[in-house]
Design a protein around this ligand. Structure first.
Ligand code: NAP
Ligand code: ZN
Length: 355
């Protein structure tokens, strides 16, 4: 089916209208009318070819929410009309150790990304993401959305939400634990909300003095300007876990110094070029760990969505029209996002009709 989308045709080209082909739903497929799609910094890294391996045309978008319009004959979990979500994954091998544990994000044979992944043999080419009006996805990679209303603000949970929830759960953020979140962007603001909801004491580290009041409102107990060495010194040796969401290379030692003995800093930010190497002494003298984490598996993504639905947790968003995406990318690079752009896909449907 011909489907309106927005694509980058090359790394140095802005995104623009581009029609793509979506497959007819197979027996296990769910066809989705996309209502909203969040804008992740990974979309920008990929569209601009900042990470190796971008395939063009590139249609980004992996924070997808919408309604089911059709289901294949073998689909059991979904019905037409239901609200559903799709995150960063649309396929995996299904039989490796990680897949069997519900960790499709760590599939040992390579997961299929919602965009820039290998498309099915029948389709050929590569997958196209959520900057489009419709998508067809295997039911194993479709999530139930149980929030009442405000679907637009649920969209960012599909990547920013799960990417912070997963390390917070893995390293047991909760009552009695002190958690630091570095960077108040899309991922960071969800990290603050989720760590607070899990019952941890939360500090937000930011380079933007103007974000202090917001961070407190979102659930931070402390807000620290990370460029201020005096402020940072007060927080030395205090944290059990730090989740670092920064999208640019920076000095990691200033944050490693804040960990207690046996504390962990988990990197989720994925800059295009490497961070400067850390001081080994900062690690060995306190048995500190430097770790990483990639989104989350499908069962944990559903768990996170339900955790948020029960507590009324959504993202703080600014809704944009599809044709504002290039300006939104520029603002994201200036850390001028409060705190996630979400595309209203009605705008793309109208643009397609007017053509
Ligand atoms: P974002 O909305 O742009 O937020 C990043 C934040 O980092 C900014 O708001 C800013 O916060 C801070 N920052 C930016 N440049 C900085 C610099 N030079 N020095 C220090 N701080 C800086 O981006 P996002 O969508 O949250 O994504 C963040 C990163 O995570 C990206 O690299 C993205 O690709 C990656 N990511 C990884 C995964 C995963 O599975 N691991 C999943 C999704 C995204 P302040 O203004 O508060 O300083
Ligand atoms: Zn993302």
């Amino acid at each position: 089916m011909k489907t309106p989308a927005y694509a980058a045709q090359a790394g140095d080209q802005p995104l623009a209208f581009h029609a793509i082909e979506r497959r007819a739903p197979g027996p296990r497929d769910v066809a989705i009318d996309i209502a909203h799609c969040g804008v992740c910094h990974s979309d920008l890294h990929t569209a601009r070819g900042e990470w190796p391996g971008t395939l063009y045309p590139c249609v980004p978008g992996h924070e997808i929410v919408g309604s089911v319009t059709a289901i294949g004959k073998d689909v059991k979990k979904f019905k037409v009309g239901q609200h559903v979500g799709v995150g960063c994954l649309v396929g995996s091998c299904g039989h490796c150790g990680s897949c069997k544990e519900g960790l499709e994000n760590y599939c040992e044979n390579g997961f299929v990304g919602t965009y820039n992944g290998p498309a099915s043999a029948a389709e050929g080419g590569h997958t196209f993401g959520g900057y489009s009006t419709h998508i067809v996805v295997d039911e194993g990679f479709v999530l139930h959305i149980r929030h009442q209303g405000n679907l637009a603000a649920v969209a960012p949970l599909l990547c920013a939400g799960i990417t912070t929830y997963s390390p917070l759960k893995h390293w047991k953020a909760g009552p009695g634990k002190t958690v630091g979140i570095v960077g108040l962007g899309g991922l960071g603001h969800m990290g603050v909300k989720l760590a607070h909801a899990m019952g941890a004491r939360v500090a937000l580290f930011t380079t933007s003095p103007g974000k202090e009041a917001d961070a407190k409102r979102l659930g931070a107990d402390d807000v620290v300007i990370s460029k201020d060495a005096k402020q940072m010194a007060k927080y030395a040796n205090r944290f059990d876990l730090i989740v670092n969401t920064v999208a640019a290379p920076h000095n990691l030692d200033v944050f490693l110094n804040l960990l207690k003995r046996d504390g962990t800093m988990c990197l989720v930010g994925a800059p295009a070029s490497p961070h400067p190497s850390t001081q080994v002494f900062n690690l060995i003298f306190k048995r500190r760990a430097l770790a990483g984490s990639l989104i989350g598996g499908i069962p944990e993504t559903q768990e996170m969505l339900d955790f948020c639905a029960e507590r009324g947790i959504v993202s703080d968003i600014e809704t944009i029209a599809m044709n504002q995406i290039n300006t939104a990318y520029e603002r994201m690079l200036r850390s001028d996002v409060r705190y996630r752009f979400v595309i209203d896909m009605q705008s793309l449907k109208q643009e397609a009709q007017a053509r």
